[in-house]
Write a protein that binds this ligand. Structure first.
Ligand code: GLC
Length: 411
């Protein structure tokens, strides 16, 4: 009899009765989904009793946000592991497992401080930083050289001058970026705003966007399209991947994008492999430059079962480990959040700019830190996009942003 029990137990074990299955959301921008699948295979080898199913998400951060709102409102027990934009922890904290007690388990002391700050809400840790982002300027090294420029543009004016000259002579676009009405537009707009000397809120949280600097910054974005004509009108529909495809096809001199584009523009299929340089974004008239801080963090659904939460923690620890961050940085071009990875010679070899421009990543500026950020973003998206499509003037757009933000923030 005992023999049969032993046999039954073995069958059940092999059949995975004690296995747990968890779900995880993931974006599919560039190589990220393909790389995650490989990482999950490695995870499964280490933890054969944990099965992970990927729930793919749309490319747009704004659309992903709206999906999460639906999940949480319904108290869904899936997804268990949530890939969250750095701007959401404050808003979604009530639906996320409190990971404060697991700070050492996840070795958060080893992470870049800014990324840990982004997952800390009222002193509680609600997620683990997965990869960090900052806006960068990609440029065609070969074309700059061909037209006699020995450096990437240092100012926005210099960028316009180079873009005009080269794009006209080559019959391609000058500068592509993210101008569609979604979160990415806010990231781009803030980089102009900050580099022109403006800001949305001051340190005390007061709305200060109604300034000549803000109008000049937005006017400059509009001018890129209609006055200097270095940016195609289609930019008002572009997200990251639209800009990346155009640039990668050799159809633009400059591109604003996040680090992930690096491994793609240098892949074997890329017609511009080896011809690309990466630099900090140019300075505005006052000599300031700025990059928006982006990035994604991993949190756990509060409504998941205790077994699922335990499995989720193991998965998050695995994905944010030194080795996996290095793997992701090299293969998906997504920046590590662990400080030590930046010293790894393998990173420097695969993505030199990540190491050379570390300052840019460390000094990247966060978007306004308010609990109702999504509404703040929506206001900015609406008016900036209206100015870019010439439905309103930069002056009116900035005035209206200021008015609506003051209302939203009770000022
Ligand atoms: C990138 C950034 C993210 C940002 C998004 C906007 O994914 O990491 O923080 O919100 O782009 O498109």
């Amino acid at each position: 009899m005992r023999k049969y029990f032993a046999l039954l137990l073995a069958v059940l074990l092999v059949g995975g009765l004690f296995a747990v299955k968890i779900t995880m959301t993931s974006g599919g921008v560039g190589k990220e989904l393909e790389v995650l699948k490989k990482q999950l295979e490695m995870f499964h080898q280490q933890y054969p009793d944990i099965e992970v199913e990927i729930i793919p998400m749309p490319d747009s951060s704004t659309e992903r946000h709206d999906l999460y709102v639906t999940y949480f409102a319904a108290g869904e027990t899936d997804p268990d592991v949530l890939m969250l934009d750095v701007i959401w922890p404050a808003e979604f904290a009530p639906f996320l497992e409190d990971l404060t007690a697991d700070k050492d388990y996840f070795e958060l002391g080893e992470f870049l401080p800014g990324t840990v700050m982004s997952v800390t809400v009222n002193g509680r840790i609600v997620a683990v930083p997965w990869f960090t982002d900052a806006g960068l300027l990609y440029y065609r090294k070969d074309l700059l050289e061909k037209y006699g420029y020995d450096h990437a543009p240092r100012t926005w004016d210099e960028l316009v001058e180079m873009a005009k000259k080269i794009s006209q002579a080559e019959g391609i676009h000058g500068f592509v970026w993210q101008g569609a009405r979604y979160e990415g537009l806010v990231c781009d707009f803030l980089e102009y705003l900050w580099s022109f000397g403006g800001d949305v809120l001051d340190e005390s949280g007061k709305v200060v966007i109604d300034s000549p600097e803000a109008v000049a910054a937005l006017q400059f974005m509009v001018d890129l399209i209609y006055k200097h004509k270095v940016t195609p009108e289609g930019v008002t529909t572009y997200m990251e991947e639209d800009a990346r495809r155009i640039f990668q096809n050799g159809e633009a001199v400059f591109m604003r994008n996040w680090p992930y584009a690096w491994s793609l523009v240098n892949s074997d299929e890329s017609p511009i492999k080896g011809k690309v340089g990466v630099a900090p974004l140019p300075m505005g008239p006052g000599g300031r430059r700025a990059a928006t801080l982006g990035g994604w963090v991993l949190g756990i659904n509060k409504f998941s079962s205790p077994e699922e939460k335990e499995a989720a923690k193991k998965l998050i620890k695995f994905l944010t480990s030194y080795d996996q961050q290095l793997y992701k940085a090299i293969n998906a071009g997504q920046n590590p959040t662990r400080k030590a990875v930046y010293k790894d010679p393998k990173l420097k070899e695969a993505a030199p700019f990540m190491v050379e421009l570390l300052e840019v990543f460390i000094n990247a500026l966060p978007r306004p830190r308010v609990a109702n950020y999504t509404e703040v973003s929506d206001v900015i998206q609406r008016y900036v996009h209206a100015a870019l499509t010439r439905q309103t003037t930069p002056e009116d757009a900035i005035k209206n942003i200021a008015k609506e933000l003051k209302f939203l923030l009770g000022q």
